[in-house]
Design a protein around this ligand. Sequence first.
Ligand code: SME
Length: 159
Amino acid sequence: MTIDELMIQLEELLASGADFDRLLETAVQELSRMDPRFHWTGIYELFSDNVLRLGPYVGSPTDHVFIGVGNGVCGTAVAEKRNLNIPDVRQISNYLACSAETRSELVVLIRSGDRIHAQIDIDSHQVAAFNDDAVAMVQRVADWLAKAYEARGGTRLDG
Ligand code: SME
């Protein structure tokens, strides 16, 4: 599936009344297949206690089901309100290891302006796996999901 086809599939799911979790699961599953360098692909959702909670993912199970804002790459992206593309996680002191094989990590926020709903987190076993094309692809999915969060009338923060 191409990124264009994924966007169409998500629109079709939404139009057919699919529940919200199905949208998240589809986005994660299809994104993970789109690039062989995406070895772990998941969504963390932000809750009102300022903790990220692991949602759907494809890859090895991780110990990091809950991540406080400010912790690790994922929590830092929220604290700093910006995407993070880490070419080599071995250079990062504030890194929470999901797999010893991980070398690079990308976090793209799912946001409506300053309001952060969630994030897409992708790990790769390759150093510097996330080039501009890969980031743009993940950003498209994140932007679409942000609209879906808005359409459902809020985030997990609200309930
Ligand atoms: N590496 C992340 C933790 C999540 S796992 O990679 C799935 C971090 O440093 O926040």
